[in-house]
Design a protein around this ligand. Structure first.
Ligand code: ADP
Ligand code: 5GP
Length: 189
């Protein structure tokens, strides 16, 4: 019997994780991206239930109390978490599961699913990261500063991951991630 694969992708904010994941997902219809919950406000164009389940801090904390999250963490001053139901629903349907988590989230998931594969995406350097975050224009300067501080701490933990992928040229990184995810999924066939 084939077993579902769980892949966790992490990256410092602005490294290009969302862009890369969006580019490779169409190649793997058997792989489903989980929708996380967060207390951060929606960005322009983001929809509740699509990018995230946007919750008030009170509702998020009630979820923690009830044990509704497979993992959760405080990242850049906001709470982020994955509902247990979100993972179980996909695994029960025999889908492979892709989660975009921070480093803490990856480690909590690894404790529950030791066979998962983890990938960390890094920018070529911190200057490029700052440029990308600023150019994206979704956060104001103060929030960008907090994200850059978190990024420096996260970069130090890249050795905790199974694979580290540098996102310099977008097409090259897309091809590398596509091949890596393809080989991980193949190992579950
Ligand atoms: P993350 O999801 O890791 O926070 P995004 O995918 O939103 O990051 O990427 C941050 C910004 O950098 C976006 O504006 C995106 O278009 C841009 N970007 C992503 N990858 C590259 C790349 N390889 N070269 C140049 N710009 C990139
Ligand atoms: P953003 O606010 O840019 O969408 O996400 C910020 C950070 O939160 C990213 O590093 C992302 O990986 C992390 N994140 C998103 N969802 C989750 C989640 O469900 N759990 C954890 N632990 N981190 C998450």
């Amino acid at each position: 019997m084939s077993e579902s694969g769980i892949i966790v992708i992490s990256a410092p904010s602005g490294a290009g994780k969302g862009t890369l994941v969006a580019r490779i997902l169409p190649f793997y219809p058997e792989l489903a991206l989980t929708v996380s919950a967060t207390t951060r406000p929606p960005r322009t164009g983001e929809e509740n239930g699509r990018e995230y389940y946007f919750l008030s801090r009170q509702d998020f904390e009630a979820g923690i109390e009830k044990g509704a999250f497979a993992e959760w963490a405080e990242v850049h001053g906001n709470l982020y978490g994955t509902f247990k139901t979100e993972i179980d629903r996909l695994l029960l349907r025999g889908r492979h599961v892709l989660l975009e988590l921070d480093v803490q989230g990856m480690l909590s998931m690894k404790a529950q699913y030791p066979a998962l594969t983890s990938i960390f995406i890094v920018p070529p350097d911190m200057e490029v990261l700052k440029e990308r975050l600023t150019r994206r224009g979704t956060e104001d300067a103060a929030v960008v500063a907090v994200r850059l501080q978190t990024a420096a701490r996260e970069m130090e933990r890249q050795q905790e991951f199974d694979y580290v992928l540098v996102n310099d040229d977008l097409d090259v990184a897309t091809e590398a991630l596509k091949n890596l995810v393809g080989s991980i999924l193949n190992s579950h066939r």
